[in-house]
Design a protein around this ligand. Structure first.
Ligand code: AMP
Length: 419
């Protein structure tokens, strides 16, 4: 039997309704706050991600699905959305027309990580990016959006973990402090960190390997090395979060180990996922647009792990599928022909109506109505067609009421409204 690829998954009917529910809530929230949808390709030139995510990262070093197309050009299935959105921003010259742009996108990402629970090789993200705004207010707006999205999905314990990563002004001194701290502990670090530490010591702070975490537990914190501008920026983020009543956790260890990440960085945690995993992450990347060939432009954004969010929301509310409103159990070819016409007419009127397309027994049809969790069943045979009246059965109460077949739309509407 052919099976799907390891680390990939199907999202089947029954589960997909939950995904639609989350997506609807996210879209509504983005519309409320002026974020416009952008759809970027799943495939981009490898160079975009190599530059935009960074050669020194796990993603670029080990996890990308990269291959040569038939002409030999190296292309990659996108492992994240920010680089593509920034590429689009530059390519379509938004910076020249109106540099302030707020975008969102929802879709699949691909990373060849080790598959495990909650970690897939094709996973989905909800991304928001605000470009052209340096002020800390927009950082706060994005964190607020994340918390609101989770609240609207009835996840009430979403806690932002926040930190500031400084900027090219404050980095050099911090880098020196970090390098001298690491110098005494190189032996304790994993081989990746040993290799990366001299070129990019921030990566060591980012490493999830327990030995590295332990070795770096007492490492200097960037937040203690912020320049006055970065300190003032972060003070506003904290003050506004407090004003909004958003309880956050200041996490001095939270970093993104690449130079173009600046200032505010954040993750959203919820108890539902256990201590270590975040449902969303984001932050400021004021150096990225320039790095990808655009003019110096600030940017900040987030990515929500859709798969993880769906897992959490499923814990609160299990079933989002829409049961059929009416099942027409038709007996005999004439009744079946009428049922088909009614299904179309009722569908046009906004009702979800199911029927049996073959001529099965009444018992078999009632079984199918049960499986579809139909709220009402209309039983129609030749007799009913002649008298123009049939029984409408309420599947919850088992009550049956006679209905005139030429008044189906009104009767069904009334019947469904009553229970
Ligand atoms: P990142 O783009 O690495 O900052 O990740 C943002 C969010 O995407 C994380 O907080 C996770 O919830 C989710 N995520 C990242 N990688 C995966 C994966 N392989 N499978 C499922 N979710 C993921």
């Amino acid at each position: 039997m052919l099976q799907l690829i390891r680390g990939f998954k199907d999202i089947l009917p029954g589960e997909v309704e939950l995904w639609q529910h989350i997506e609807d809530r996210a879209r509504a929230l983005f519309a409320d706050f002026g974020y416009r949808e952008i759809r970027v390709p799943l495939l981009e030139k490898t160079e975009l991600f190599a530059r935009g995510i960074g050669e020194d990262t796990d993603i670029v070093e080990k996890e990308m699905y990269t291959f040569a197309d038939r002409k030999g050009e190296m292309i990659t299935l996108r492992p994240e959305a920010t680089a593509s959105i920034v590429r689009a921003y530059i390519q379509h010259r938004y910076h020249a027309v109106d540099p302030v742009q707020k975008f969102f996108t929802i879709g699949p990402m691909f990373r060849r990580e080790r598959p495990q629970k909650g970690r897939y090789r094709q996973f989905y993200q909800i991304n928001a990016e605000a470009l052209g705004i340096a002020e800390p207010l927009i950082d706060v707006q994005l964190i607020h959006l994340l918390v609101r999205l989770l609240q609207r999905l009835r996840v009430d314990d979403a806690t932002p973990h926040i930190n500031s990563l400084g900027c090219p002004v404050c980095r050099p001194a911090f880098r020196e402090a970090l390098l001298s701290f690491i110098a005494g502990r190189r032996e304790a670090l994993c081989s990746d960190c040993q290799r990366r530490s001299t070129r990019n010591p921030m990566r060591v702070l980012d490493c999830k390997v327990p030995g590295c975490r332990e070795a770096m537990a007492e490492a200097p914190a960037i937040i203690d090395h912020l320049c006055p501008d970065c300190a003032a920026h972060f003070a506003v983020v904290r003050e506004k979060l407090e004003r909004l009543g958003i309880a956050y956790h200041l996490d001095k260890r939270l970093v993104r180990g690449l130079d173009y990440y600046t200032r505010t960085t954040f993750e959203i945690h919820t108890a539902a996922l256990g201590a270590q995993s975040a449902v969303a992450g984001g932050g400021r990347y004021d150096g990225l647009i320039e790095l990808l060939g655009g003019p110096p432009t600030p940017g900040v954004g987030f990515a929500v792990g859709f798969d993880r969010l769906a897992e959490i929301v499923a814990l609160q509310q299990a079933d989002f599928s829409r049961p059929a409103q009416l099942f027409i159990a038709a007996l005999g070819p004439t009744a079946q022909a009428s049922a088909f016409d009614w299904q179309i007419a009722l569908g046009e009127a906004g009702f979800q109506v199911e029927m049996d397309y073959a001529d099965h027994s009444l018992k078999a049809q009632m079984k199918r109505a049960d499986r579809l969790r139909a709220r009402r069943v209309l039983i129609v045979g030749d007799n009913e067609l002649q008298t123009g009246e049939a029984m409408l059965r309420d599947m919850a109460t088992r009550e049956q009421t006679p209905v005139a077949l030429d008044r189906l739309v009104d009767t069904l509407r009334q019947s469904l409204a009553n229970s």
